[in-house]
Design a protein around this ligand. Structure first.
Ligand code: ITT
Length: 185
């Protein structure tokens, strides 16, 4: 079955394909806009996005809204992560974290999937730490400045390993369980 992945971010499509390929699902990248409502909740963005895209006639698709929530920055960039990445970037986050001892952060990923007339929305979290410098060349976005365990950053490990522990990996496994429960895969 083909699944349309609506995103501007090819890195997400790769991670979906790596996790869902073995269930006979083939990802098709659809580089298309949907409105991202302003809210502190990723789930609300995804719920509204699914409703909008369905109304526009799209079928069999997935979207995801993700963010990096840094505790010492009171959750920033959080729901503003895409904006934070485009503006201050990883260097800017490291600058804000200069001299800050509490490096703890959480990556969150909310995935919404619409297949036929069924909707599944799941969320995965990955706790970890902000590094002291950018490290690694794998992945995308904030991967070079996030480490799940204080050792290697997400940009220093292969995608398959990132999927085992990452926020998106956790969400994808919840999605797979739910799609199995509903006999969709
Ligand atoms: P969409 O078109 O799917 O919205 P996006 O890249 O804008 O693509 P989000 O709004 O969900 O996606 O992501 C917020 C930001 O967080 C964005 O800059 C991403 O690069 C970054 N991000 C999301 N997931 C990430 C991950 O697994 N590793 C590193 N950065 C990630």
């Amino acid at each position: 079955m083909k699944l349309n992945v609506v995103t501007h971010n090819p890195g997400k499509v790769k991670e979906y394909q790596s996790a869902l390929g073995e269930y006979g699902l083939e990802m098709v990248h659809v580089n298309r806009e949907y409105d991202e409502v302003q809210t502190p909740y990723l789930e609300e963005v995804v719920d509204k996005g699914i409703k909008q895209l369905s109304k526009e006639g799209l079928t069999d698709f997935m979207i995801d809204d993700s963010g990096l929530f840094v505790n010492a920055l009171k959750g920033f960039p959080g729901v503003y992560s895409a904006y934070g990445q485009k503006t201050i970037g990883n260097k800017g986050i490291l600058k804000l974290m200069g001299g800050v001892e509490d490096r703890s952060a959480v990556f969150k990923c909310c995935i919404g999937c619409r297949i036929g007339d069924q909707t599944v929305i799941v969320t995965g979290n990955c706790p970890g730490y902000i590094t002291y410098e950018e490290r690694g060349t794998e992945g995308f976005g904030y991967d070079p400045i996030f480490t799940p365990n204080g050792s290697l950053s997400f940009a220093e490990i292969p995608l398959e390993e990132k999927n085992v522990i990452s926020h998106r990996g956790v969400a994808l496994r919840l999605l797979i369980d739910e799609l199995k429960n509903r006999n969709i895969i």
